[in-house]
Design a protein around this ligand. Structure first.
Ligand SMILES: Cc1cc2nc3c(=O)[nH]c(=O)nc-3n(C[C@H](O)[C@H](O)[C@H](O)COP(=O)(O)OP(=O)(O)OC[C@H]3O[C@@H](n4cnc5c(N)ncnc54)[C@H](O)[C@@H]3O)c2cc1C
Length: 480
């Protein structure tokens, strides 16, 4: 059932899911499929969270925000928890490129190809390269290693900034990781990506989320969009539901897909937790944010094939601080060739999305005038970067616009426009939330590992299982 904006919700639920990111939707779908009575509430006017898109010029242009690449594991996750049809539309990106002053490399991003490049191009011994990949594969979430990414690279590739750039830059883009983050996060994320390359959804994000919405409705999940939850009701130490327009909608369990810090500190309130827990929550660091430039080609305009995902930089070395700088010279171009991304739409135009990671505060502190100036500067620098590949790109564009961390914050409600949730310490808080407040669960980007399309979707699965086992201890649930 799809509620309209003005519809009043008068029923009780087994579970209320706040937020329809990939984690929230996947959890809702599983629980709905298993016969639980689920209500999915989303503040935006469409489902998907960061897995989103927008149209321009009467839908002649469509831009995907976060459909750049995800691990092969997404095929299995979609087949098992969504549908075979969705899984069958996932295809591999064959042409990932790196172009920077240190090297120019083309790869399909598989472990085999990376191994070949590290040996042939970077002149490393097979022993060192294989030793590194074996080490990554053996890294385990339960290891208590304090090693950082920087230390990991120094151990295997001492003094090789070029190698670090090749291995680390895509992951910095993928989840905001830096050299100071725990090596375990790199190990898990990189091993995921490197198993079988990088994948995308053929059909575009709009088609994917449309299919997911159909599945949710088929599985009797009740959905209400344009509904922002400001308060999770707590009574007698248990989550009892959510408050909408001053009215309590009851549920046996609440799953928040919103940011973990805002869930605890704002939607629930510090008074419902122990002081020690709240102190730990307040210490959770948010991850960095993103800025993007969207470019849509004129009707009939074509570009030469330049690869599907192009990591470019003019900066002489790998420098994670510079990757987040307002005056960044590194960016990733995702090129959407219509016959590949949206074969269902013969009129689809070429779209190019340039992404950079950045600090929210750098943008937030600007005056309105300076904010506009910085946006124009970013667009100009992006065009200059793209001209290296497509010299006449300016003449071919019909649409060009930019989004900043403030845009990210406005659309997803993540504090400081955090694109990848929190740093590593957020994971422990999220996973143990229900132990600190009965009936309250969290799923969504946290701790680097549980972020990205696959991380978020899989975390939804984990938390759906936890909620179902909690519900089995409650009387009168609607499971069949
Ligand atoms: C620019 C960019 C590029 C990216 N590229 C990639 C990529 O190529 N590959 C990849 O794997 N990942 C990528 N990611 C990351 C990936 O998109 C996210 O990690 C993932 O989609 C997050 O899913 P989530 O479940 O955590 O929820 P989110 O996407 O964060 O969604 C949360 C949802 O909850 C809603 N919500 C929050 N609070 C409330 C409330 N109080 N009431 C109602 N609704 C609420 C929000 O509106 C939102 O819809 C990218 C992210 C960004 C920003």
């Amino acid at each position: 059932m799809l509620y309209k904006i003005r519809d009043e919700i008068t029923q009780d639920y087994d579970v209320i899911v706040i937020g329809s990111g990939l984690a929230g939707m996947t959890a809702a779908n599983i629980m709905g499929r298993h016969g639980h009575k689920v209500l999915l509430l989303e503040s935006h006017n469409k489902l998907g969270g960061f897995a989103t898109w927008f149209f321009r010029k009467d839908r002649k242009h469509v831009f995907d925000i976060s459909l750049h690449g995800f691990p092969a594991g997404m095929i299995k996750t979609c087949k098992k928890y969504w549908s075979k049809e969705i899984a069958d539309s996932i295809v591999q990106l064959k042409d990932v490129r790196f172009v920077n002053p240190q090297f120019s490399v083309q790869t399909d991003f598989t472990k085999e190809d990376y191994t070949r490049i590290l040996i042939e191009k970077f002149q490393l011994s097979a022993e060192v390269v294989n030793g590194f990949f074996t080490h990554l594969a053996q890294m385990n979430f339960f290891d208590n290693s304090q090693m950082t990414n920087g230390e990991l690279f120094e151990k295997f590739f001492p003094g090789r900034n070029d190698v670090v750039r090749f291995l680390m830059e895509p992951i910095t883009y993928a989840n905001g990781s830096t050299l100071e983050d725990p090596a375990i996060t790199y190990g898990i994320v990189f091993s995921n990506f490197m198993s079988k390359g990088v994948y995308t959804f053929r059909g575009g994000t709009d088609q994917l989320i449309g299919k997911m919405k159909d599945e949710l409705l088929k599985n009797n999940v009740h959905i209400k969009m344009q509904t922002r939850v400001d308060k999770i009701e707590v009574k007698d130490g248990r989550a009892k539901g959510v408050v909408l327009n001053g009215k309590l909608i009851r549920a046996k369990a609440v799953l928040s897909n919103g940011n973990i810090r805002s869930t605890i500190l704002n939607m629930v309130g510090v008074e419902h937790f122990s002081e020690t827990f709240i102190k730990k929550v307040q210490e959770v660091r948010l991850n960095s944010s993103s800025a993007q430039v969207y470019m849509g080609l004129k009707e009939g305009a074509t570009i030469p094939y330049i690869g599907e995902l192009v990591f470019t930089s003019n900066y002489p070395t790998y420098n994670p601080d510079r990757l987040l700088d307002l005056k960044v010279s590194s960016r990733t171009f995702s090129v959407y060739y219509p016959h590949e991304t949206r074969p269902q739409d013969p009129a689809a135009r070429v779209a190019i999305v340039s992404s950079t990671n950045c600090h929210y505060d750098d943008w937030k502190k600007l005056s309105n005038e300076d904010y506009e100036k910085e946006k124009s500067f970013m667009i100009e620098e992006t065009l200059k970067g793209l001209e290296a590949f497509i010299p006449d790109i300016r003449d071919k564009l019909e649409v060009i616009e930019a989004a900043t961390p403030l845009t990210v914050e406005r659309y997803t409600l993540h504090p400081k426009g955090s694109s990848f949730g929190t740093k590593f310490e957020g994971l422990d808080i999220s996973m143990n939330l229900h132990k600190n407040l009965e009936g309250l669960f969290h799923a969504g980007s946290v701790g680097i590992i549980m972020s990205g399309w696959l991380g978020a979707a899989n975390y939804g699965v984990i938390q759906a299982n936890a909620i179902e086992s909690y519900l089995s201890t409650q009387e009168g649930t609607h499971a069949i």
